[in-house]
Design a protein around this ligand. Structure first.
Ligand code: HEM
Length: 446
């Protein structure tokens, strides 16, 4: 545990921020934001190993709704559990379309979180009846996924990933395992051919990672999705794409392409980090045991504890006030951005006693968000199948995994929006890849 970090001073210029290079730009957006005189400066480097201590200090000083400068842009940080529940339960008051933001004209082109608040014609940024139409079709299509078949696909994908390093006796469980699984699994559910899958997953990783190749990868992803839709229109199958095409919502091809990409993006990072953060917990916490005997029985508990303490999406810059209103005694203006403090709400002392009482079974955390724009039914259940299977297959295949560094040497990526380890280096007794073992055929039930 580190000591409570001091809250940053809103008047102190931050060397890296765009506004500190151009003070005029910073003064302008703050006009009319009286509550922001003592705002907390929020930026990625503030999120350290002990965000709970930071939230506690914010709560002490500001209460459940914190005026923040998000890389110099005024916004509100919702850190109270009740307040977060209220905001996510009122879609008519707190919308999801970033074009509502009253600060849009002040955003510098190099603003760090720009991609998160840039509108796209997908379900993710739609509202009202339009959102219900698209989100309903997604839920119906996801609900056709056979849970047993999903588990089998996860086992196959996880086995293949482990085959790549099982003979080496060491690996990084983040890059070589956790990040290799969800996109591979979800794109298989789309009905893509086996030959298309590796290229698509590679391109999606470029797009998500924001690498130099992202610009050329995106048109390839769109092209492949477009071809998938043409194929499935001609030859429907039992897959998500065919179900979306046949849905009574009568989605256009463009809408389906956009929403398949949302499905990939929404499932990939969050499920990968759920796997990675659970493996970390099981490796560092004596309460859990990273071996076949003890581990299997505690996987569910570890997965749930991670959702309370290290949720994959700890903060979401994803609600804008539809009209002037009041929240936690503060005046919110039409178009203000509210950052949903999921991790902070989970750590709210008002709900912590309940969380402690049964963190193994208590699922009242906010890590899937909540309400109309939260992670849609049955995605949390499918995400859990993916994450649970990935952890269990690893325990089955490598029953003696140990960290190669001290737990406090593990580093979190400096990000406000994802809770993700840089790496999880481990060693284990080398084993024979499943593919080379005569007793195990690829895809056979375990
Ligand atoms: C198979 C796995 C998953 C799928 C298919 C999936 C799908 C989706 C979709 C389609 C959305 C957009 C919802 C909308 O705009 O109406 C979404 C949002 C979201 N998902 Fe998931 N998801 C998956 C796994 C996860 C996991 C593992 C987590 C975290 C533990 C998660 C947390 C979230 C959150 C926090 C949002 C944003 C909600 C908001 O802004 O309020 N998802 N997900």
């Amino acid at each position: 545990m580190t000591n409570s970090p001091p809250l940053p001073d809103s008047t102190a210029p931050s060397a890296a921020s765009p506004a500190s290079r151009n003070p005029e730009r910073r003064r302008e957006p703050l006009e009319g934001y009286a509550d922001h005189a003592d705002a907390v400066r929020l930026h990625a480097s503030l999120i350290d190993d002990d965000p709970a201590a930071m939230f506690q200090e914010m709560r002490r000083k500001h209460g459940p709704l914190v005026p923040i400068l998000l890389d110099d842009m005024p916004a509100w940080f919702v850190i109270g559990y009740r307040e977060l529940h209220h905001v996510t339960s009122q879609p008519q008051l707190f919308g999801r379309d970033p074009r509502r933001w009253n600060m849009r004209d002040h955003l510098p082109p190099d603003w760090p979180s720009l991609p998160y608040v840039t509108w796209q014609p997908s379900v993710m940024y739609s509202e009202g009846v339009e959102h219900q139409r698209r989100s309903g079709a997604i839920s119906d299509a996801l609900d056709t996924v056979d849970r047993t078949e999903l588990t089998l696909i996860c086992e196959q994908v996880a086995d293949l990933a482990i085959d790549e390093f099982s003979g080496d006796g060491q690996t990084d469980l983040i890059s070589q395992y956790a990040y290799r699984i969800p996109a591979q699994v979800v794109t298989r559910l789309f009905g893509l051919s086996e030959t298309d899958l590796p290229h698509l997953v590679k391109d999606v990783n470029h797009v998500l990672g924001g690498s130099e190749e992202a610009a050329s990868a995106l048109p390839r992803v769109l092209g492949r999705m477009g071809r998938l839709i043409t194929d499935k229109r001609a030859r429907p199958g039992h897959d998500i794409t065919s179900h979306l095409l046949a849905h009574a919502a009568r989605l256009t091809d463009e809408e389906i392409v956009q929403d398949l990409i949302v499905l990939m993006i929404a499932s990939h990072d969050s499920s990968a980090n759920w796997i990675g953060n659970t493996l970390r917990l099981m490796l560092v916490d004596d309460h859990f045991s990273m071996n076949l005997q003890g581990g299997r029985s505690s996987v569910g508990e570890a997965l749930n504890e991670v959702l309370w303490k290290d949720p994959p999406s700890p903060n979401l810059p994803s609600r804008w006030a539809v009209q002037d209103c009041e929240l936690a005694g503060r005046r919110i203006r039409r178009g203000d951005l509210l950052v949903l403090g999921v991790a902070a709400a989970n750590a709210d002392p008002q709900v912590q006693p309940a969380a402690h009482a049964g963190s193994g079974a208590n699922r009242a955390h906010m890590s899937f968000s909540h309400g109309e724009y939260g992670c849609p039914f049955p995605a949390p259940e499918l995400g859990e199948i993916i994450a649970k299977t990935a952890v269990e297959v690893l325990l089955d295949r490598l029953p003696d995994v140990y960290l190669t560094v001290k737990p406090d040497a593990l580093r979190w990526r400096p990000s406000l929006w994802v809770r993700s380890l840089e790496a999880l280096p481990v060693r284990f007794s080398p084993t024979v890849p499943v593919g080379q073992s005569p007793s195990n055929t690829w895809g056979a039930p375990r």
